[in-house]
Design a protein around this ligand. Structure first.
Ligand code: ATP
Length: 322
């Protein structure tokens, strides 16, 4: 667990960036820090691996105050991924991934095996990518190598500071999807900074919204979307809150009993916003809902989404399918 206890940070000559922040990132969960530019997201994150020190208060990792921890050992257990990947250009992909284990004295064959496993996990076939240099990779591939490198020492914790924000929207969405899967497999405790509400909703077990130096709201994505604590949260989470909520659900969550008059089809596991788009495309439905084997398991019509909508007007402007 990562814990911030009444943390305040003021840089010399500046205002207080963080004021009395108390927050816990539970074991095995991903907490997203979100907030306007300059709200202190990166500052809060950098307190964890002691790139900066708090003005007052304390930060605890694994039940220990980081102020009294050995910085090298602390950082070995905390992978760090940043926006501009920071791969070493003169090292190959494999050498980049193996860097920390090689410094720690892990034998060459063992760290090579681990690097290859991690590259494969990140969908980079080691046979084609291990010997390439970073400049021979796309931005998305470089970012994957950056994540593999952060995982190389098998840390219990990951700090990710806008890791996908330099990527084009399609690459970014692909990487987000992959990361959601990976997150479950890895079971790491992750603190993730973004300024993108959609990304926060997609990835976070919880979201911590920072503003004016304090936590404006902390809770599961659905709670911030459904019950914003104040006007700041409502306005930050945006006008399309209802549509973002749909992204958290599936067609199966909305469907009703099969209807013989249904035309067209959606898959039960589709996100609800994608299903809504299909229903609108079919003139409001009903459309058939199919399971993995292609069997009809239900029907969906426009009215099946109405409960989720605080404003029915939102139904007229759905996002395009994911
Ligand atoms: N090393 C530093 N010295 C002085 N001021 C700093 C330092 N680092 C950050 N700040 C200031 O602290 C405030 C918070 O910065 P921080 O980078 O944490 O914000 P952020 O929420 O991550 O912003 P962004 O979304 O733009 O990256 C800003 O006003 C910034 O100028």
């Amino acid at each position: 667990m990562i814990e911030f206890r009444d943390v305040t940070k003021q840089f010399p000559g500046g205002p207080e960036v963080l004021r009395g922040i108390t927050l816990a990132v539970p074991e095995g969960e991903l907490v997203v820090l979100i907030g306007p530019s300059g709200s202190g997201k990166s500052t809060l994150m950098r307190l964890v691996n002691r790139l900066i020190e708090p003005t007052s208060g304390s930060v605890w990792v694994d039940g220990r105050d980081v102020a009294s921890a050995d910085v090298v050992a602390l950082r070995r257990n905390i992978g760090y991924v940043i926006q501009s990947v920071g791969l070493f250009p003169h090292l190959t992909v494999a050498q980049n991934v193996e860097l920390v284990p090689s410094i720690s004295g892990v034998p060459a064959a063992q760290r090579r095996r681990r690097a290859e496993e991690l590259l494969a996990l990140m969908d980079l076939d080691p046979a084609s990518y291990a010997e390439r240099y970073p400049r021979q990779l796309s931005g998305g591939q470089q970012q994957r190598v950056g994540i593999a490198r952060a995982l190389a020492a098998d840390p219990d914790y990951l700090l990710m500071d806008e890791p996908f924000s330099a990527l084009d929207p399609i690459t970014r969405e692909g990487l987000q999807r992959q990361f959601v899967r990976l997150k479950k497999e890895l079971g790491k405790t992750i603190l993730f900074v973004t300024h993108d509400v959609e990304e926060a909703v997609r990835l976070g077990d919880s979201i911590c919204l920072l503003g004016d130096g304090v936590i404006q709201q902390f809770g599961p994505p659905d709670e911030l979307l459904r019950r914003p604590a104040n006007d700041f949260v409502a306005s930050f989470m945006g006008e399309s809150r209802e549509l973002l909520r749909l992204g958290l659900r599936t067609a199966a969550d909305h469907m009703t009993a099969p209807d013989p008059t249904a035309v067209g089809e959606v898959r039960a596991e589709w996100s609800a916003d994608r299903a809504l788009s299909a229903v609108l495309g079919a003139g409001g439905g009903p459309v058939q809902v199919l399971d993995h084997s292609g069997a009809v398991v239900g029907a969906l019509r426009l009215s099946d989404f109405a409960d989720d909508m605080a404003h029915k007007g939102s139904l007229s402007s759905p996002r395009p399918p994911a």
